[in-house]
Design a protein. Structure first.
Length: 128
């Protein structure tokens, strides 16, 4: 794995995992939201744009390194689920789609990271 791009793998994986935790925790804290503050749509949409931008960059760079499309396709499906959940606001499927999308995006980042590490070792062997 290219060292200058490895930080994007860690950042993408961390962002996806935090998104997953957010999606899982939100139903638990929803009854208390009126006590804390109202749900800000700009924050959710901003995090979505940041997550998708970072994920697209990271997963595509990884795909260029290892040329294995599995992580890329997982990322595409995750993006579709997350976008659909964003569009289905206040619908009963929103939580299911959000959690599924975040879990798939985390899986895509993890698979991408693992594939890049394997590719790096293979590339190191060919260089010697």
């Amino acid at each position: 794995m290219n060292l200058k791009h490895s930080w994007t793998h860690y950042l993408g994986l961390s962002a996806s995992f935090l998104c997953l935790i957010h999606c899982l925790a939100l139903p638990l804290i929803t009854p208390f939201l009126p006590l804390l503050a109202s749900h800000n749509h700009w924050v959710v949409e901003g995090v979505f744009v940041l997550l998708i931008s970072l994920s697209t960059l990271t997963i595509y760079r990884g795909f260029r390194e290892h040329e294995d499309a599995r992580a890329l396709w997982l990322g595409v499906v995750a993006f579709a689920l997350l976008l659909t959940s964003l569009l289905l606001e206040h619908h009963s499927l929103q939580i299911v789609l959000s959690v599924s999308g975040a879990a798939l995006m985390t899986t895509a980042h993890y698979l991408n990271f693992k594939l890049c590490r394997v590719t790096d070792h293979c590339c190191d062997q060919h260089r010697h």
